[in-house]
Design a binder for this molecule. Sequence first.
Ligand SMILES: C[S@@+](CC[C@H](N)C(=O)[O-])C[C@H]1O[C@@H](n2cnc3c(N)ncnc32)[C@H](O)[C@@H]1O
Length: 264
Amino acid sequence: MIETADAEPEYDDTAIRFLEALWGDGYLSPGGPEEVDRVVEGLSLHDKTILDIGCGSGGIALHLIERHGAAHTTGFDVEQPVIEAARQRAAARGLEQKASFIQGPPGPLPFADRSFDVVFSKDALLHVPDKDALFAEIFRVLKPGGVFAASNWMVGHDGEPSPEMKAYVAAEGLSFAMASPVRYAQAMRSAGFTHVTVRDRNPWYREVARGELARLKGALYAQAAAAVGAAYVDKNIKTWEAMQKVLDSGEHRPTHLRGWKPVG
Ligand SMILES: C[S@@+](CC[C@H](N)C(=O)[O-])C[C@H]1O[C@@H](n2cnc3c(N)ncnc32)[C@H](O)[C@@H]1O
């Protein structure tokens, strides 16, 4: 991804308003708090320090504190509008002491080695082209014995995407650098992660997305159009139609990832 501090944000205020109308306040990805709970299922986050990579507008970082008892969450994102929105959300909920939000360029993470008990990410890593460098960085900032737990949008196979997949990615118009679950797991193991697991979420999101498209065309249309304009909603309806095809074919593959940094 080529991005500088001056580049136009992909997740600008209009995108934030639209996605939050669809997915909920503070959420720029599907599933709300329930899907976040599934990503961290079985992990104890109580009193832990967490890094949320690609934190967006901050709803998840705050949820990890409020629902899971995290001691502190650091949200990191490359874009300024989402960081501003996240900071305002934390202040409105009185959580500025427990949640900090940091904007920085893509590339090496601006944190010291062994800083966090947990690294979390939700549907953001698809924006990072170099998966090996990404996981080397995640591994570096985790404490020994720490865990990485994420959800991420992937493509079912490596190599040439289908014409339908290319059409969908073009419709999104975002800097997607999608890779397969196999490729992600390989990059995690190369970085040193153990007990790497992947969990296919295509069957879940395929049906959720169908409902989102129906809402966009129906009950949500007027509210979303009032927030961002009808043309913006119409464009996204086309994007969702293109997405549904590749969800139904299985090529678009939202997936959970987990892995551990060994203690020794
Ligand atoms: C689909 S949004 C998800 C936001 C949030 N995780 C959520 O689920 O609500 C993707 C986020 O990834 C961020 N992003 C893009 N490239 C990134 C990078 N190289 N490092 C960290 N975050 C990045 C975007 O700015 C955006 O906020």
